[in-house]
Design a protein around this ligand. Structure first.
Ligand code: SDX
Length: 376
């Protein structure tokens, strides 16, 4: 084993494993899923097509896509005893905590789905189908509404909006959410995907791996940033106050959520696409003030810190314009990223190696043990 004591904090630039699922060119700002450019997929594909691509390594033909859509729609319902458990979760809980507990508890009712190994593709599709139902059932209950119906007539994106907001999606909203789900579906070894792979690498089960991922995505430095962006916009209030507000935060060495990235050294290509959807959705809804404040913030942050927007900067404005409350933004991220998480878990099961880095020990050594009676 190579003797090295050079610590790479945060595992920055450490190549941990080989994968075929996702390629990021941080210098060029390019993102590929199984070899296909995200810009092409966002233009022409659906989330179901992209999930199929991530799981099987190739794009589906029309029959395969139709079959997957029917299968996913058939996997949207909750087992009755689990639904009772979910109904007992406190409505004061954060939806990401609800989702983390729900995925973990669901495993108790679906031992076959969660079993590790090649059959986990069934569990992967189950989780992709049922996460909108879990989040939607919880959110509807705290709004005093009934749980969602399975609605096989709706696409994954359409069902996500219906399940959460208890209304029919417009065509533009369905397409916009479909693109957002495509953009969030995978991103190589981001923290939550890495957490899932570490869990799977011990041969632990699929739902345990996804529970690890959900808990990791919640963090504001990762998936939780989109919720914090909207708090910033509310605090700023108007585009002309962006400069002072951003400078004030930077002077206090605060992070501006939605900016910066461990891998991208130029604009995150997903932010480019979501910026345009934020404008389009704002024009359609007759409310461009989020977009205008974000553009003003972008200009100041880039000028003052040389930072670029990441995927989390514009997503919140798009979701807000559709009517989603901020604490549902990261669950929406999870409803998409579960396709990537599960694809990586399947890849790990297929070529398993226990993930176990080492630490550079900097603590004390060879201390003499003093029995309790002899200690001051
Ligand atoms: C996601 O990994 C993925 O792929 C994640 C993701 C995915 O699809 O899975 O892309 C999704 O998580 C996007 C990132 C969402 N998070 C945020 O928007 C939170 C704000 N951003 C940061 O905290 C930060 O940019 C990180 C965590 C995303 C990356 O940080 P790094 O690579 O650890 O960089 P760093 O913290 O060492 O910062 C380098 C410099 C520092 O300046 P100095 O202290 O050296 O002077 O850049 C500064 C930082 O202060 N900096 C920021 C900043 N991000 C970095 N300064 C102000 N605001 C920021 N957002």
């Amino acid at each position: 084993m190579a003797e090295t004591t050079e610590v790479q904090r945060g595992l920055e630039d450490v190549v941990a494993l080989e994968s075929r699922i996702c390629f990021i060119d941080g210098k060029q700002g390019r993102l590929l899923y199984q070899g296909y450019d995200i810009r092409d997929l966002a233009k022409g594909a659906t989330f179901e097509e992209v999930a199929y691509l991530l799981w099987y390594g190739r794009l589906p033909n029309a029959a395969q896509l139709a079959e997957l859509r029917v299968r996913l729609a058939g996997l949207r319902t909750l087992p009755a005893p689990f639904a009772e458990r979910l109904a007992a979760f406190p409505v004061s809980a954060h939806p990401m905590d609800v989702l983390r507990c729900a995925v973990s508890e669901l495993a108790l009712f679906e031992p076959d789905e969660t079993r590790p190994g090649p059959s986990s593709i069934g569990g992967a599709q189950r989780l992709a189908a049922v996460i909108p139902t879990i989040v939607g059932t919880f959110h509807r209950r705290r709004m005093g509404r009934a749980p969602p119906d399975p609605r096989p007539d709706l696409s994954a994106a359409g069902y996500l909006l219906y399940a959460l907001l208890d209304r029919e999606p417009t065509e533009l909203e369905s397409r916009c959410l479909d693109v957002a789900l495509i953009l969030h579906a995978d991103h190589e070894l981001n923290a939550s995907t890495f957490a899932a792979r570490v869990t799977a690498s011990t041969l632990s089960d699929l739902y345990s791996a996804i529970t690890s991922a959900v808990g990791t995505l919640k963090g504001p430095l990762h998936g939780g940033a989109n919720e914090r962006v909207m708090e910033l916009l509310a605090a700023i209030g108007s585009p002309d106050r962006a400069e002072a507000a951003v400078k004030e935060r930077l002077a206090k060495h605060e992070r501006i959520m939605g900016f910066g990235h461990r891998v991208y050294k130029v604009e995150d290509p997903r932010a480019t696409i979501l910026r345009d959807w934020s404008r389009r959705m704002g024009e359609t809804k007759g409310d461009l003030h989020y977009f205008e404040i974000l553009r003003a913030v972008e200009e100041v942050v880039h000028r003052e810190k040389g930072l670029y927007p990441n995927v989390d900067l514009y997503s919140g404005s798009v979701y807000t314009l559709m009517g989603f409350p901020p604490d549902l933004f990261t669950p929406i991220f999870a409803a998409s990223r579960v396709a990537g998480w599960t694809a990586h878990v399947l890849e790990e099961y297929d070529d398993l190696r226990l993930i176990r880095p080492t630490a550079k020990y900097v603590g004390a050594v060879d201390l003499a043990y003093t029995p309790i009676g002899g200690r001051p």
